[in-house]
Design a protein around this ligand. Structure first.
Ligand SMILES: [Zn+2]
Length: 65
């Protein structure tokens, strides 16, 4: 059995024991946000919408034409 061990944020390769949150050392800062993101996804939010709500991606700037 091989698990895909890569950081869910930046896709860096992870060692199996590195983090239960599947985030690398640089992205473990986002662990709380990703837990919130997972909860929103469970509630049925779209991936993009959930990431926006958690601040994981920047919203589009309405003034940026
Ligand atoms: Zn990362």
């Amino acid at each position: 059995m091989s698990l895909l061990n890569e950081c869910r944020h930046c896709r860096a390769a992870l060692s199996a024991e590195e983090t239960p949150d599947r985030l690398c050392g640089e992205c473990c800062f986002f662990a709380v946000d990703y837990r919130r993101y997972d909860a929103l996804r469970d509630e049925g939010y779209m991936q993009y919408q959930a990431k926006l709500m958690c601040g994981l991606i920047d919203p589009p700037d309405p003034d940026d034409e």
